[in-house]
Design a protein around this ligand. Structure first.
Ligand SMILES: [Zn+2]
Ligand SMILES: [Zn+2]
Length: 210
């Protein structure tokens, strides 16, 4: 009987030691991840973009880059960020107005435009714009939702958001692999639809991503 009790006590002690060692190891792993991905992306809804898209982008950025993400208070687009025609908003004015020491991803459903040097068009409609490197980028759903299902539109929204955050991290447009989401979309959706939710090895290496 005494032998049985000793055996049981021994087994229980072994179990306790194993469990505490395991959770210590886990804690260390979690701490390492936090140190590695200490960046916080603040997602700011600009105008009346649907909350479900904002939540979706938050979840996809966390999943792709492993950064922390917080959704900030909604802000209203004001006249000072309108383009000259007053018909759409100027993306560079949006970046300039809201740029700060925080990492910002502005999400909007309004039409945004920017000067296109290659085509020499002053107000060329775009899907996103971000500083490279920098802390602020903007993504619009206006040009990605036309004539497609919501599923398709959300796929595009995911790729463009990861692309603009990629510019903030220092990535230039990719010419290494057509499937890499850092390719220049030139304001059209054809290239975006061709891409995978993926960064090529070259782009991953530049930002130190495994
Ligand atoms: Zn780009
Ligand atoms: Zn690439």
């Amino acid at each position: 009987m005494k032998k049985i009790i000793i055996t049981i006590v021994f087994l229980v002690l072994t179990l306790v030691v194993t469990v505490s060692l395991f959770s210590f190891e886990n804690r260390q792993l979690i701490n390492r991840n936090i140190v590695k991905n200490e960046k916080i992306i603040h997602i700011v809804p600009l105008g009346n973009i649907d909350e479900k898209y904002v939540n979706f982008v938050k979840e996809r950025i966390i999943s792709f880059y492993g950064f922390n993400c917080v959704i900030e208070k909604r802000i209203t687009p004001t006249d000072d960020i309108l383009a000259s025609s007053k018909k759409r908003y100027e993306a560079s004015k949006i970046l300039g107005k809201y740029n700060s020491n925080k990492n910002l991803l502005l999400l909007t459903s309004v039409d945004i435009a920017h000067f296109n040097r290659k085509k020499n068009i002053a107000e060329y409609g775009i899907i996103g714009l971000g500083y490279r490197p920098g802390k602020t980028c903007v993504v619009s759903t206006f040009r990605i939702k036309r004539n497609v299902s919501e599923k398709k539109m959300m796929e595009r929204l995911e790729k463009v958001s990861i692309h603009e955050v990629g510019h903030n991290l220092g990535l230039d447009h990719c010419t290494n692999d057509k499937k890499c989401l850092m390719n220049d979309a030139n304001g059209t959706v054809t290239q975006i639809d061709f891409e995978k939710v993926w960064l090529c090895d070259k782009c991953r290496k530049i930002i130190g991503m495994k």
